[in-house]
Design a protein around this ligand. Structure first.
Ligand code: T1G
Length: 692
């Protein structure tokens, strides 16, 4: 065994050289790994006794891509083109032996090899698009030559990996290895290559699939139309289309050059920096400073849900999807029946779309028990309360639950705003009480705010975070404050949006600016979707806000065909002349001199107070880190991932710019814009939120 470098070993099996990469956790194609590969293949190629070379990885996966943490830093070690020269351009057949996830640059390195062998469970793909990048080492030029242009576009634009069976069909791999016998199978394949004098098969020379797609612009046009909506605001996908177009139009090496340039141009872009930031942020959220990874977790084998409404039903589905039995409790039979019917309907719809089989639906519904009696939850390990958002009702439920639930059971509230400590205080087990704030629709939205109470025990936190992962959520630990992280910041935006439409803008102006910024919809369209009458009551309504006036007029949002917008029968929204008049009259009555408000001001007034509130949340330690706040907004409120989140956005435009604008607004519009001390400090120290 020869150590090529710290992460690469070279061994010999007769006349076959085996290059083993060992660079945990995912054998990323770092400078060391690239150099080890280049020098190892070079060494083996120069050794006359060697007839073939096998490249294999130790650990849980084949190379899972370039080392994302190296992007934006000065390049060191062997370059990707050098690697290509050593492998594809080398004199000896190189066979890639793959397991786990061969992704990005790792998959491209394998496509530089002459042959590929993989275990049946291996996955292959180009997730670069999720990082605001495109494959930069030949993926856009080589994959179409194997899978055909349409399939390659789907792989590159979706970023979704495909399996070994598909890879074999496309000729991406040449043989399936026996599971857990990858090395032996790869050596046997290399043996066959040598003994049967198989040629140095270079994918660059395979043009039949390319020729078949030449002169058929409809292929890319169709894809362009399909992805235009999905990738509204994103940049990288256009570059991916151009690179694949080059594979069709240009000789291989020219296509490679163009791909490389497109790739290098994307690395410094704000979008790619944002999406790479989010990649690591999504992995940091799970790390809780004072709850180490070895903190014992409590068993959760049965879950109780109180309330079978929209949230309760969605919450229950998450656990049923994970194979955990659920007992759902409601106060009235018709409400219970309605809730169960909704769950069944949701599953049937998913089955109709082919994403579940009827057997899956049966299995999940089979894990669900429904009841009217709270004490049927006595044997649950975790009970999640999802009743009406009222403190007295919640305290009443928790008081009763505490007497019923078994010792050691965790009691969680799905409250969106209320004080978890106050709820916990009505129980005898405040250390086993926390918030688990799901987002509607709860079975779809990825975000789960895990609300840590003052007395919540560490094993309970560890259990909730692990459970979040188990049910496919991204769990973000937050502290107790009104509205936690997401809603607390949302309140800032909603307040400014309401003020802006009195001062001179119209709801559709504000929504257009927020929509163009990249969010799925603006504050007024969102309110119409949720219903303007949430928290409104005819009895107490006094026409004191536009919202109240609209509700009094029966304009309660989409569900009534009218709200801030008028809606046609297919729920398409259009600006309402009546609402415009209501706003003008209301402002006049308030003595407000309306003025022209620029789109820039609308954006700053909606976003900067959110950033400022984020700073306060960090000051109060209601979030562990700025990137957690960004993960909340991306996964719970549709903040565009290519803008990294509100706190990343602040760093991108400069905390100084945010501070200056807030001060300017404060001078004319008062306290709502008073900068958070943390923001002042960051600017004074010339730091960013990321530096905290
Ligand atoms: N670079 C650097 N670190 C990485 C990494 C990578 N590519 N992939 C994972 N890690 C770290 C991660 O931060 C975490 O660290 C640990 O590994 C485990 O990851 C030229 C341009 C492989 C499916 O986008 O999708 O190639 O938190 O928790 O759930 O064309 O990681 O423990 O300190 O996610 O088992 C393309 C990204 C790069 C793949 C494993 N490749 N990785 O999932 O573990 S661009 C990717 C993943 C490229 C070329 C281009 C997943 C995984 P820590 P994990 P997992």
């Amino acid at each position: 065994m020869t150590a090529i470098n710290a992460v690469t070993d070279l061994t010999r099996e007769g006349d076959i050289a085996v290059l083993t990469i060992n660079s945990p956790p995912v054998n990323a194609l770092s400078a060391d790994v690239r150099t080890g590969l280049r020098d190892g293949v070079g060494q083996a190629s120069a050794d006359p006794a060697v007839k073939a070379i096998v490249v294999i990885c130790a650990g849980r996966t084949f190379i899972a891509g370039a080392d994302i943490s190296e992007f934006g830093k000065p390049a060191t070690g062997a370059s990707l083109p050098e690697l290509q020269g050593a492998i594809e351009g080398g004199p000896k057949p190189v066979i890639a032996a793959m397991h786990g996830t061969a992704l990005g640059g790792g998959f491209e390195m394998a496509l530089m090899c002459h042959y590929r062998v993989a275990v049946p469970s291996a996955k292959f793909g180009f997730p670069e698009i999720k990082l605001g990048l495109i494959p930069g080492a030949g993926g856009t030029q080589r994959l179409p030559r194997l899978s055909g242009v349409e399939n390659a576009l789907e792989v590159i634009l979706s970023g979704t990996p495909f399996g070994a069976k598909q890879a074999l069909e496309w000729g991406v791999i040449d043989a399936l290895a026996e599971d857990r016998k990858l090395r032996e199978s790869a050596l046997a394949f290399a043996r066959k290559v040598i003994d049967t004098r198989m040629p140095l098969r270079k994918i660059r020379d395979l043009n039949d699939k390319i020729e078949a797609a030449r002169g058929r612009p409809e292929i890319l046009d169709k894809v362009r139309r399909e992805y235009a909506r999905k990738y509204r605001g994103f940049e990288a996908w256009q570059a991916a289309l151009r690179a694949v177009q080059a594979a069709l139009d240009l000789p291989f090496d020219d296509g490679m050059k163009l791909e490389r340039q497109l790739f290098l141009d994307l690395i410094p872009t704000a979008q790619s920096r944002a999406q790479r930031y989010v990649f690591f942020a999504e992995r940091k959220v799970w790390k809780v400073a004072d709850v180490p990874d070895d903190t014992p977790v409590l068993p959760v084998n049965k879950v109780g849900v109180i309330g079978a409404g929209t949230m309760g039903g969605g919450i229950a589905m998450n656990f049923l999807n994970a194979g955990i039995p659920v007992r759902i409790v409601e106060t009235a039979q018709d409400a219970l029946d309605r809730g169960i019917a909704t769950i069944r309907r949701n599953y049937d719809n998913t089955a109709k779309k082919g994403r579940l089989t009827q057997a899956d639906v049966q299995t999940r519904m089979g894990l669900l028990r429904a009841d009217l009696k709270l004490d049927t939850l006595a044997d649950c390990d975790l009970v999640i309360e999802a009743v009406y958002e009222n403190m007295d009702i919640k305290k009443d439920v928790f008081g009763k639950l505490d007497k019923i639930a078994k010792p050691g059971a965790i009691l969680a509230s799905n409250t969106s705003y209320l004080n978890i400590d106050e709820i916990a205080a009505v129980t005898s087990r405040p250390d086993h009480v926390l918030g688990m704030h799901f987002f509607s629709p709860a079975n779809v939205m990825r975000l789960l705010e895990v609300v840590r109470g003052e007395k919540t025990a560490k094993p309970v936190i560890a259990t909730a975070m692990q459970l979040a992962k188990k049910i496919g959520k991204i769990g973000v630990l937050v502290g107790v404050c009104h509205g936690f992280v997401g809603n607390r910041m949302l309140h800032q935006r909603q307040r400014e949006a309401q003020k802006l439409i009195l001062e001179g803008a119209m709801p559709w102006d504000v929504d257009r600016v927020i929509y163009d910024f990249g969010l799925p919809m603006g504050p007024f369209a969102m309110s119409d979707l949720a219903g303007l009458d949430i928290g409104w009551s005819k009895e107490t309504s006094k026409s004191s806000t536009i919202r109240e006036i609209l509700c009094e007029m029966g304009r309660r949002g989409q569900k009534t065909g009218a709200g801030f917008y008028d809606y046609d029968e297919s729920r398409n929204a259009k600006p309402s002349a009546l609402v415009e008049k209501i706003i003008l009259d209301f402002a006049a009555k308030k003595g407000i001199n309306r003025r022209t408000i620029s789109d820039a001001e609308i954006l700053e007034r909606c976003i900067y107070p959110m950033i400022n509130e984020g700073a306060k949340i960090l000051e109060e330690e209601k979030a562990q880190r700025a990137s957690d706040i960004d993960i909340v907004w991306i996964n719970g409120y549709g903040w565009p991932v290519y803008r990294g989140g509100p706190m990343f956005y602040a760093d991108l435009i400069g905390p100084g710019k945010v501070l200056a604008k807030l001060k300017e607004f404060e001078a004319t519009m008062g306290e709502d814009f008073k900068p958070a001390p943390l923001l002042e400090r960051l600017v004074a120290e010339n730091k960013r939120f990321q530096d905290l």
